[in-house]
Write a protein that binds this ligand. Sequence first.
Ligand code: RAM
Length: 342
Amino acid sequence: MKITKVAAAASMVLVLAMAGCSSSPTSPSTTSTSSGAANAPLTITVLPKNLGNPYFDTSMKGFTAAAPEIGATVTQVGPTSASANGQVTYIQTATQQKVSAIDISSNDPTAMCNALNAAMAAGIKVVTFDSDAPTCRDLFINQASADGIAKVLVQMISDEIGGSGEIAILSAAANATNQNTWIDLMKTDLAASYPNITLDEVAYGNDDDQMSFDQTSALLQKYPNLKGIIAPTTVGIAAAARYLSTSSAKGQVQLTGLGTPNDMRSYVQDGTCKEFALWNPQDLGYLAAYATQALVNGTITGAQGDTFTAGSLGSFTVGADKTVLLGDPYKFDASNIANFNF
Ligand code: RAM
């Protein structure tokens, strides 16, 4: 499994300027890490779906850990809410700044393509990580196979509700490439292998804590026979767990999805959530940084079969569709959650 700690020291370097962060491109919230390495200057702008999301705080730790190893300056900017428009302005600013590369988790598969294509035309490498924009990037760093993620999510909810009953999905932004890919595959898997499970609704909490909390409440009111919720978003599952943990549905309506151990630990311990899955977001950022360096310095072009070394994570090979795969999703439950800190 790829649950490794790439750089504990990174957390000491990383100071996220969350207070006062703005969606304005003229006053970005940034995190910079300079390096003393001797390689050619490498500047990477990291653009998560939104700031203030612990998942992306952790992926940024991976970028920050890699920075001194690859001779990079890494700057994080981004909107406060998970919107495609909010990201476009930051892409344009990074393009004007002539950075070496933009590493983005995309809020929409195509809405920022004009801006990303303009960046690539200006000689900037575009790397998507976490959530892809498949038609307008040089490389995608995929956290785990979409099919593997979908299958583990459906299998967990089926186990928890005894293989039959009504479920709902609480997703992130309605246009998010990653969640929508996983949801389509979950629907396929449900139809093929789980005839007694009915998917009532896909709700969207926009990777916003309050909106996800409110959507959880609405689902429970709307579907009195609901037996389970799958939240394939770290923000969504934490908000749903917070709602369920103090409601009469605790233990009656099962919850699973993709979460961080730190967000979910207390809810696993109090019985709100039996198990959930994820990968290590820090490893994802670390891998993305190394892949970006390899792309910028020409070690790889994105062609299938290209290989590069990602520091302490070892060697990786570019797969089909200019994609690099981190590894398999990993399941967390009461037996192992104490072992993880992210
Ligand atoms: C949220 C974001 C991110 C997704 C995780 C699982 O933090 O939507 O894109 O990969 O959840």
